[in-house]
Ligand binder design. Structure first.
Ligand code: NAP
Ligand code: ZN
Length: 349
């Protein structure tokens, strides 16, 4: 073990601050990464503040990691010192259940290992995330990142990118489909770019009038305000897909009503409290309410390659780590354009 610098939360009520944590020395299949950039996902906030009731303190959030390989174990074949790599939302899984064998490690039947606030596969060592100087990850869970795109703008693809790419692929979103993105934040703005690149007719559904110009600049074809009831009524039976990225509780029934026949509403946002869904909203139009969790490692690599090819990155505000608490407040207030990314070099200041 060796000690490194990080930033984390000691309890739900306390702001994040500097923390020293231990990393394991790289084993035979491990890659040690010097972290350059780490995106700030709303999940980091849910977990730092124990909004899902499962936080193990102290917690070091961060799962949108891009960095440089600094050491590799003797058995590592895919990466060498100096390579640019990424790490996303999870760092290990059992490797032998049906879902792991099908490249759906995020749905590991024996429990995957999330990048932070989780247990390693030994089921006792706690993981710490990317608001830190280095991370050590087994090579199967390390992604190759192209140097073609600005790395600070690539970092958010490791969670927001794959979380939106995976359902678009799984439900076969294609040219001509009418797709709405609900909530224009970190996940939402990348969902817009990806869905537009796949040829969908994209509408942003937002409660924030101030985001209208941005939505159109991101490539959306339409922008509709969700807090205007008349406007919402006009949109009934319109969309083939709704990608719901809202992080706070909201009434799913209101949005299900906007789906056309056979429409699919994909939940990505994870509000802290459960919601009631009326059966009529589903039965009325043979509609589906579904959910999706991140994406597997193979698909994450496919997404990174797709984004490099289509020049898709995140719109970001780069911050130093000492501004993380302010970034959390602004994210909660919806004042993020459209992802905060931490320049991890600032840990040394
Ligand atoms: P974010 O940047 O904060 O964006 C969420 C957006 O939702 C906001 O910008 C806002 O958009 C809308 N919103 C927020 N509070 C709202 C409220 N009270 N009422 C209505 N709309 C509200 O968050 P994010 O990082 O994209 O993450 C979004 C959610 O996805 C979080 O719950 C996160 O934990 C979850 N997540 C899930 C997965 C997965 O695998 N399924 C992966 C990553 C994250 P407008 O201002 O446009 O309305
Ligand atoms: Zn995330």
């Amino acid at each position: 073990m060796y000690a490194i610098k990080s930033y984390g939360a000691q309890s739900a009520e306390k702001p994040l601050g500097p923390l020293t944590i231990d990393r394991r020395e790289p084993g035979a299949t491990d890659v040690e990464i010097k972290i350059l950039y780490c995106g700030v996902c709303h999940t980091d906030i849910h977990v730092a503040r124990n909004e899902w009731g499962n936080t193990l303190y102290p917690v070091v959030p961060g799962h949108e990691i891009v960095g440089t390989v600094t050491r590799v174990g003797s058995g590592v074949t895919q990466y060498k010192v100096g390579d640019t790599v990424g790490v996303g939302c999870f760092v290990d899984s059992c490797g032998h259940c049906k879902n792991c064998l099908d490249h759906n490690e995020q749905y590991c039947e024996n429990g995957n290992t999330m990048t932070y606030n989780a247990y390693e596969q030994d089921k006792k060592t706690i993981t710490y995330g990317g608001y830190s100087s280095h991370i050590v990850v087994t090579e199967k869970f390390v992604l190759s990142v192209s140097d073609k795109l600005p790395l600070e703008k690539v970092a958010p693809l490791l969670c927001a990118g794959i979380t939106t790419y995976s359902p678009l692929k799984h439900w076969n979103v294609k040219a001509g489909d009418k797709l709405a993105v609900l909530g224009l934040g970190g996940l939402g703005h990348i969902a817009v770019k990806l869905a537009v690149s796949m040829g969908a007719e994209v509408t942003v559904l937002s409660r924030s009038k101030s985001k209208e110009q941005d939505a159109l600049a991101l490539g959306a074809h339409h922008f509709e305000l969700t807090n205007d009831k008349e406007n919402m009524a006009k949109l009934a039976n319109t969309f083939n897909y709704i990608i719901d990225t809202v992080s706070a509780s909201h009434d799913y029934n209101e949005y299900l009503a906007l789906l056309a026949i056979d429409g699919v509403m994909v939940l990505l946002g994870i509000p802290p409290t459960p919601s009631e869904v009326h059966a009529f909203q589903l039965i009325g139009g043979r509609r589906s309410l579904v959910g999706s969790l991140i994406g597997g490692i193979k698909e994450t690599q496919e997404m990174l390659d797709y984004c490099a090819e289509h020049n898709i990155t995140s719109d970001i505000e780069l911050i130093s780590i000492d501004r993380i608490n302010e970034a959390y407040e602004r994210t909660i207030a919806g004042d993020v354009h459209y992802r905060f990314v931490v320049d991890m070099a600032s840990l040394d200041n």
